[in-house]
Design a protein around this ligand. Structure first.
Ligand SMILES: Nc1nc2c(ncn2[C@@H]2O[C@H](COP(=O)(O)OP(=O)(O)OP(=O)(O)O)[C@@H](O)[C@H]2O)c(=O)[nH]1
Length: 461
């Protein structure tokens, strides 16, 4: 995704610094050149690149690395801090009643993002409603309604109305019992005056707490002008970058954030309502720089485990290694993993799996895996408690019923049972092993054959 090349090219330059305790001017210039090249390729605006690189250069040459720190770690830290400075903190989004208005050009992903944000808030325990005011694009009403249904949130729209301002007003009234209102607006091909006038009017009526600008990651240099126009008209509080799952570069969006002096709120990473994540500068930059960080991963694992554990307090992860491994355990594990974020990003944080390793996977390998996980989740939701506890007892008739109930097919149900069986067997091998054996096995999986790399986490890779 965004700026992917930076990690690998920077890492190889950094590797030439190994063993050095001080950097000379040439080393620093080499690194700065590498960063500039990557950022410019990723469509980050020239002025921004120059500012960033001169800050890095100045600090790298003037700051003394603290005792015991290698020159390489020192400059990595500087690059990291300066990049965090550019992307800034994530847009503040308190978990309370509020109105959020989305704006952006046609096709940037507003309608999809509205449903995604609603879904995100609903998972945090709030009651969101999506209000669709787009009277410009035929089909936007149906699309928004369908997406809101997928997100299982309230929806208001009026396919026959012509005045978006009236729809917005009526929508806020009709969804009074919701606590987070997300108002989607129409896009146009370019920044026509008409669009800006309309947005200003809706903004006045809606009086949102937050204006989020939705930007396609592929936007490039055009981001600067767009961001400025929207900012002048309604004031941009935060940016949502969409389509980061594609081949897009994303640098333009960073430029937009800088131009509007705002911040990034969310990242969109796919077409379904769950494909959204809250922007976290630390993780974002770590991944960008290809710094696989097991500590961060383990914190996430722990947090996800805690959240899952809150639902069923008597469950301990160790149980999996002791007793039998049921479908319920598998469900918990998948739940924990989905709370950690998109799989490819989790993979990136595992040493040995980050950067280059991911490049070797086919482009859609991760999508398939995530789709598969989602299918598995709905299938398990259609199972009875007994079936979850005793998957081996599931016969052909039950498979038929479960497939019907979950809206999938028998083949996928069988696939899930097969996957469970594999996991069960793998875990059986872990049982009875000493700690040393376990470590050796984990090591083999991390540095080994790629396909088994996720074995320590779960076999969804
Ligand atoms: N791959 C991917 N596709 C996305 C993402 N967000 C939106 N899309 C797709 O982008 C296309 C446009 O998204 P919409 O949500 O319709 O965009 P919009 O800004 O509401 O469009 P208008 O109503 O015409 O202004 C759709 O096909 C979406 O499925 C994303 O994060 N990843």
């Amino acid at each position: 995704m965004v700026l992917d090349n930076l990690g690998s090219s920077l890492r190889s330059t950094m590797d030439t610094l190994r063993g050095k305790s001080r950097l000379d001017e040439e080393d620093v210039q080499e690194i700065v050149k590498e960063i500039q090249r990557s950022l410019l390729q990723a469509d980050v605006e020239v002025g921004l690149v120059m500012d960033l690189s001169s800050n890095i250069e100045e600090r790298a040459l003037n700051e003394e690395p603290p005792g015991g720190t290698s020159a390489r770690d020192h400059i990595l830290k500087i690059v990291y801090e300066e990049m965090i400075e550019v992307v800034g903190e994530s847009t503040e989004l308190p978990l309370e009643s509020q109105t959020i208005m989305l704006s952006g050009l046609q096709g940037s992903g507003k309608t999809t993002t509205a449903a995604k944000i609603a879904w995100w808030f609903s998972k945090k325990g709030l009651r969101p409603a999506v209000i669709q005011t787009d009277t410009f694009r035929p089909g936007s009403y149906q699309q928004a309604k369908q997406m809101a249904e997928n997100a299982e949130v309230q929806f208001y729209g009026d396919p026959d109305a012509e005045d978006p301002v009236k729809i917005a007003r009526d929508g806020l009234e009709a969804t009074e019992d919701a606590d987070v209102h997300i108002v989607d607006t129409a896009g146009r091909h370019a920044l026509e005056t008409e669009l800006i006038d309309e947005i200003e009017e809706i903004e006045e009526t809606v009086d949102p707490d937050r204006n989020l600008l939705v930007l396609d990651a592929a936007i490039g240099q055009g981001a600067k002008e767009q961001a400025r126009e929207f900012d002048d008209a309604i004031g941009v509080d935060g940016v949502t970058i969409t389509k980061l799952d594609g081949t897009a570069k994303g640098g333009g969006a960073l430029t937009a954030v800088n131009e509007t002096d705002s911040s990034i709120a969310f990242l969109g990473t796919g077409e379904t309502v769950q494909d959204i994540e809250r922007f976290e500068p630390d993780g974002f930059i770590s991944r960008l720089l290809g710094m696989g960080d097991l500590k961060q991963l383990s914190e996430r694992v722990e947090r996800a485990m805690q959240e899952t554990g809150e639902e069923e307090e008597d469950w301990e992860p160790e149980d999996m290694l002791q007793g039998s491994f049921t479908l319920k355990d598998m469900q918990r594990q998948m739940d924990a993993m989905s709370k950690m974020g998109p799989l490819d990003q989790v993979m990136d944080m595992i040493p040995g799996m980050g950067g280059g390793m991911m490049d070797q996977l086919p482009d859609d390998a991760m999508d398939v895996t995530q789709d598969r996980m989602r299918n598995f989740e709905v299938i398990m939701d259609s199972m009875t408690d007994e079936e979850l506890e005793e998957p081996r007892s599931i016969g052909a008739q039950q498979v038929q019923r479960i497939a019907r109930g979950s809206g999938t097919d028998e083949e996928t149900v069988q696939e899930l049972l097969q996957q469970h069986k594999m996991m069960d067997q793998t875990l059986n091998q872990f049982q009875g092993m000493g700690d040393g054996d376990m470590q050796r096995m984990m090591k083999k999986m991390q540095g080994g054959d790629g396909g088994g790399g996720m074995g320590g986490m779960g076999p969804f890779g």
